[in-house]
Ligand binder design. Structure first.
Ligand SMILES: Nc1ncnc2c1ncn2[C@@H]1O[C@H](COP(=O)(O)OP(=O)(O)O)[C@@H](O)[C@H]1O
Ligand SMILES: [Mg+2]
Length: 225
């Protein structure tokens, strides 16, 4: 339920916009990839900042919720989190707090939002986000959430900026690589893809974001085997 409309994302969240349609298509492509191996947790990554990871994570989560599936959205970008601002939540308590405090229950950090998904904000700023994300406790949290939700979606910091995205991608069943149309440089994209594969992540495909085609603002290219 919306707490206040003024904080709602500037991009349209409604069932009829081509924008949401594009996310339904993305969801369908993930389901297609699930035929090879069940995909119940997905990391959303990109080579560089500003390509649309957080936006993709948010709207993809909404597409699952709108399809009647239960979904939890985790802000795994502990370095520069934005999701809590977009949906008008507090940054802390959240993921880093949970990973630091063995006494904290994950249910404590779950809150329903107007996007229809449960949300775990990034948590307080810490000097060592990669160590926290690499911990066994993070692996266990994803496993726990997979038991409780149909889908777990994890936002991440840029691949070329920190090791965090690779750590999270490897802990999830799959990873999507978001590319900003017209801006993403081939060298950076190839490097990001290589890094994900080296980290043993399951690269599901690329999402071309911010295309000018009105009828299809998102374009999905799968790395089908
Ligand atoms: N498809 C899109 N169309 C228009 N604006 C977009 C789109 N995707 C992202 N944006 C905007 O671009 C900016 C960066 O997006 P964001 O999702 O925060 O990127 P990242 O998480 O990769 O840094 C935000 O202001 C967001 O609202
Ligand atoms: Mg972001």
């Amino acid at each position: 339920m919306p707490r206040s409309n003024k904080e709602a994302p500037t991009l349209p969240i409604d069932d009829v916009s081509p924008f949401m349609e594009a996310y339904r298509t993305l969801k369908a492509n993930i389901e297609f990839a699930s035929r090879r191996k069940p995909i119940r947790s997905v990391a959303i990554a990109s080579a560089t900042p500003g390509e649309g990871k957080s936006t993709t994570a948010l709207y993809l989560a909404s597409a699952y919720a709108r399809a009647g599936q239960t979904v939890v959205l985790i802000d795994g970008d502990i370095r520069k989190p934005t999701l809590h601002q977009v949906i008008d939540r507090r940054r802390s308590p959240g993921l880093s707090d949970y990973l630091l405090d063995p006494g904290m229950m994950p249910s404590y950090v779950l809150k329903d939002t107007f996007i229809g998904a449960a949300f775990i904000s990034a948590g307080r700023s810490v000097p060592n986000p990669s160590d926290l994300l690499a911990s066994e406790r993070m692996t266990e949290l994803i496993a726990l959430l997979k038991q409780a939700y149909d889908m777990v979606i994890v936002d991440t910091p840029p691949i070329l900026a920190a090791i965090d995205a690779k750590i999270l991608a490897a802990k999830c069943d799959g990873v999507l690589l978001v590319l900003e149309s017209g801006k993403a440089r081939e060298k950076a994209v190839l490097k990001a893809k290589e890094e994900l594969l080296l980290a043993n992540a399951n690269l599901l495909g690329a999402v071309l974001n911010k295309t000018s085609r009105k009828s299809n603002p998102y374009y999905y290219e799968g790395y089908g085997k």
